[in-house]
Design a protein around this ligand. Structure first.
Ligand code: T5A
Length: 225
């Protein structure tokens, strides 16, 4: 497997910063991304928040298809829908925002495909990596915050919030446990990019850790340029 390109802050003086927030269902990604954006915005670092599957009109429509429990599809069909949503997100939102020098937080990106379709569904990881690279035109995040929470805790959170079923959230516990251990494996494989955060704690504690990781990374980038 080719090594992932390591983020070099000094080479990115004029471009934006692309940060992803990843984790299993109900890990608290959306909550954290919003709070981070609020804190960083108040500190004079405005953030663009976006998400997958979604982020564009096409992405949002594909999201409703891929999560629809009434629709039957095999695991590769599911993968292609996520990848199509990603291609649209990269082309229409991420690349222009990076070129414009923005600070971007995306709720999920390529690691979700490796964790859910690779480790969760059992699809070939190298093929998924190649497809991710094609869908993203080689774009990799500068930094990834991985929220780690036991699968049953995350699922209990999402089910407490809504009883509406979705094709993936409703998969069995063993599936979500494979996804979580896949995410942890990715964090060890890409320790230079992925920072693991214990998300079983209170929202405020998760936010403090995440904020300190992001501020440290941004400060290091500023010092290097
Ligand atoms: N998917 C996605 C793939 O299979 N492959 C892919 O390539 C991609 C991109 C949809 C599904 O698609 C799959 C993964 C998903 O199954 P999604 O919309 O991001 O993706 O789905 P979820 O992860 O289910 O999103 P959720 O919004 O449900 O979870 P979040 O964002 O992790 O959690 P959040 O912030 O909404 O919080 C959930 C609840 O918990 C509370 C919140 O208030 C909320 O009620 N909460 C906490 N409670 C206690 N302590 C904390 N620290 C808390 N943080 C949040």
């Amino acid at each position: 497997m080719p090594a992932e390109q390591v983020s070099d802050p000094s080479s990115k003086r004029d471009r934006g910063v692309f940060i992803t927030v990843e984790g299993g269902d109900g890990a608290g990604k959306t909550t954290l991304a919003r709070s981070l954006a609020e804190c960083l915005g108040r500190a004079g670092r405005p953030v663009r928040l976006t998400f997958e599957p979604g982020g564009t009109e096409l992405g949002v429509r594909l999201r409703s298809l891929v999560l629809d429990p009434e629709l039957e599809m095999n695991d590769w069909m599911e993968t292609w829908l996520f990848l199509a949503a990603r291609a649209s997100h990269v082309h229409d939102v991420l690349l222009p925002a990076i070129a414009a020098g923005e600070l971007i937080f995306s709720d999920r990106f390529t690691d979700s495909t490796l964790a859910y379709q690779g480790y969760g569904r059992g699809l070939d990881l190298d093929r998924l990596r190649r497809l991710n690279a094609e869908a993203t035109n080689g774009l990799t995040p500068d930094l990834t915050l991985l929220l780690d929470v036991p699968a049953e805790v995350g699922l209990a959170r999402t089910r407490a919030r809504s009883s509406v079923a979705d094709r993936i959230g409703d998969a069995d516990l063993a599936f979500h446990e494979r996804v979580n251990s896949g995410f942890r494996g990715l964090a060890s494989e890409h320790a230079e990019r992925i920072r693991l955060i214990d998300a079983s704690r209170a929202e405020s504690e998760v936010l403090i850790d995440a904020l300190s990781i992001v501020n440290e990374w941004l400060d290091a980038r500023e010092r290097a340029t």
